[in-house]
Design a protein around this ligand. Sequence first.
Ligand code: HEC
Length: 143
Amino acid sequence: MTSKIARFALAAAITLTIGSVSTRVLGHGSVTPQKVDTTGLKPLGDTWLTVNPYRGDPVAIKIGMSAYGQNCARCHGLEVISGGIAPDLRYLDAGEAGDEWFIGRYQHGSARDGKVFMPPFGPVLGQETGWAIRSYLDTVHQE
Ligand code: HEC
């Protein structure tokens, strides 16, 4: 027999547990890619390009900055300053020289020996978002 009080206590305990679990997940940063609104960017179709079609476009840079903050900063660092858990993306080759390497990593992520170092973003966020992030990264590039 479950009394009303016991049922109430159980419900409260479950609520508390769910509450603390979701706080914990948020605290560590969820790894689910966050959809990005690419309104204002020219659609690029299904074939992945190897050169950034948006370079220098202020709209792309703005979208890319926000997309970076939502999807990349938790590993690569706020404002692209790495805290050491993932490479510092300010030092990627700038411009065309680094485009293909960048988009390959973005699209496929990185895994070795069955361990995922970086999840793939291509299938979920698409190349428009990838090239927007690349446009932003070019603006913070360091030699
Ligand atoms: C879960 C953590 C994580 C997230 C989130 C993440 N990365 Fe990475 N990324 C890594 C790690 C770790 C590496 C190094 C991989 C290796 O050593 O193979 C890496 C490597 C890279 C590289 C190659 C860097 C180099 O110096 O060669 C690029 C480019 C890159 N990430 C872009 C991105 C972008 C863009 C995003 C957001 C859309 C992103 N990453 C999100 C962890 C992450």
